[in-house]
Write a protein that binds this ligand. Structure first.
Ligand SMILES: Cc1cc2nc3c(=O)[nH]c(=O)nc-3n(C[C@H](O)[C@H](O)[C@H](O)COP(=O)(O)OP(=O)(O)OC[C@H]3O[C@@H](n4cnc5c(N)ncnc54)[C@H](O)[C@@H]3O)c2cc1C
Length: 155
């Protein structure tokens, strides 16, 4: 099997996954051989890699589920994004991570590793702590529209 009938990326990029599996299938058949052993050796690992990444993707979505449900986590994340606004694109680690989760531009493995980086964890932790201890100082309460949007996502 090839394309999304073989395997596809969890919630993302069906066309990209179909391209990767189709290419691996074609390369195997044209350059390496058409026996079951050839496909087992050269094609199967590509499918397995995508399937393995989907398991990590499942974990990533469990974690994002907590952020959607728990207001204090969500506010810490929003505060971190806001603090990154003045930075170089390379310094916007939360923005980049969110972008990758929403668009599927990176593998779930890379997304998880990115979000486990000590700098990321420390920044998120301090942002969350600030929003808990000094909600007025961080300014999240000053923006009724933003607050309304956050409340609408999860009252
Ligand atoms: C509504 C919708 C929106 C989507 N949006 C996106 C998106 O924005 N981005 C993205 O990356 N992915 C998206 N996807 C997923 C993406 O379309 C698929 O993952 C991708 O097209 C899979 O490619 P494929 O070649 O494996 O299969 P397909 O594109 O389904 O191609 C299979 C082909 O085989 C033909 N076929 C089936 N049975 C036979 C047969 N017995 N004999 C001969 N021919 C046969 C079919 O007619 C079809 O043309 C979307 C899917 C849907 C349903």
């Amino acid at each position: 099997m090839v394309g999304d009938s073989a395997v596809s990326r969890l919630y993302k990029d069906g066309i990209g996954a179909a391209y990767i599996t189709a290419k691996a299938c074609a390369v195997t058949a044209l350059f390496l051989g058409v026996s079951a052993r050839d496909f087992d050796k050269h094609y199967q690992p590509v499918l397995r890699r995508i399937a393995r990444d989907n398991k990590i993707g499942w974990l990533v979505f469990v974690i994002t589920g907590f952020y959607q449900k728990l207001r204090f986590l969500r506010r810490g994340m929003v505060h971190m994004v806001r603090q990154e606004r003045g930075l170089d694109p390379s310094g916007r680690i939360m923005g980049k991570t969110l972008w990758n989760i929403f668009t599927g531009s990176a593998s779930y493995r890379d997304i998880l590793l990115q979000s486990m980086h000590p700098i990321f964890v420390m920044k998120l932790f301090t942002s969350t702590l600030k929003t808990i201890l000094k909600p007025n100082r961080v300014g999240l309460n000053d923006h009724p529209r933003e607050q309304k949007n956050l409340d609408r996502i999860n009252p």
